[in-house]
Design a binder for this molecule. Sequence first.
Ligand code: SF4
Length: 206
Amino acid sequence: MKSEVSNTDTYPVMEHFYTLQGEGHHSGKAAYFIRLGGCDVGCVWCDVKDSWDASKHPVLHTNEIAQAAAEQPCNLAVITGGEPAMYDLSDLCNGLHDKKFKTHIETSGAYPIQGDLDWITVSPKKFKKPLDETLKLADELKVVIFNTSDFEWAETHAVKVSEHCLLYLQPEWSKKEKIIPEIIAYIEQHPKWQLSLQLHKYINIP
Ligand code: SF4
């Protein structure tokens, strides 16, 4: 793992908690979630709007975050938000690696990735486009499907990721009854895609 000079060793943290990853390739795995405050992407259907204003959230030192994570028996940390890539995550990733964690990030891709991330999930948003350089680094592309026109939009991003990148379509929660059958039909016709469900919402965990 590379060692990097960090511009910051503190981060606004909206919440950090132990749960199961509910989405994408690592769905079902125990994970320590670190939700950073601050986001300027502005998705209308955002379910964590309280995260948007970073100044509302306590600023924690890497050591404090990593130590809290290390009190749990898992070895997977998910850095999410908000938009976590607004920050230089080098120090946080290094602190988590020192505690033997794998570092995962969930980002809209709107910012360059800074830090030693072991798994990069890019979930592009229409409200602030992902950077091509970030899409190229993605290990999984997770596109939220809100309506039928989003399939075409998903394909415009699929051509920008690397060959090893996994491709997921995920129903927007409030539209799931209508859109899941359409996603199933689309994946049957375009089997490079896989279905991602928000498992944590079905089983009512954070
Ligand atoms: S990028 Fe994420 S946190 Fe930011 S507005 Fe969109 S859904 Fe909400």
